[in-house]
Design a protein around this ligand. Sequence first.
Ligand code: GDP
Ligand code: MG
Length: 201
Amino acid sequence: MVHHKDEQTLVIIKPDGVQRSLVGEIIKRIERVGLKLVGLKMSVPSEDMIEKLYTLNPEWRRMTGEKVIEGYKSKSLKPPSEDPLELTDIILRNLKKYMTSGPVIFMVWKGAHAVSLVRKIVGGTEPLTSDVGTIRGDFVLDSYQMSDTDGRAVRNLVHASGSVEEASDEIKHWFKKDELINYRLVQEQILYDVDLDGILE
Ligand code: GDP
Ligand code: MG
């Protein structure tokens, strides 16, 4: 089993995050919790790579479609279709357009509970309801209602892996092994060592 402190997660700063000069702010929020940056690069992704990213989990199409239908019904609205796959097709098309519209930043963060900590820092998927204090809650005003009406993807600044398994697949999708750097951060001694010895002289 991987030790907690070796858990890794993938974070993508989407094109709107780069355009709004939030790269530093987003990195700062993840960095200050104690996680370690072990991989970083910038590129304009292809539509093919984006489609593959979202469909690495073969269940994603069905699950997302069902979630969209549920979302409409919870607001007493009629979904545009009752077929989950049809709805996911639209979402995927919009996501491909959004994610390939400009440069994005890819990062791998490592540390205890990296996946769930980053999800907490990033906040819920729809900015309108993401908690205040999270990246999506603090920096975006978008909603599904607005993005669906305008026929585009919801602008939620970041992607973060949803589970340890998803993270492992997503990291392999974007990074070669030698693009990830194994190193020690001096603060790890304070975060993880069993005894806080060696501080006093
Ligand atoms: P994430 O892990 O928080 O990004 O959320 P998901 O993995 O569930 O969804 C991936 C992407 O699909 C999101 O970033 C949105 O762009 C889109 N998406 C997910 N759920 C919905 C929804 O209910 N409505 C719309 N319009 N888009 C959605
Ligand atoms: Mg996800």
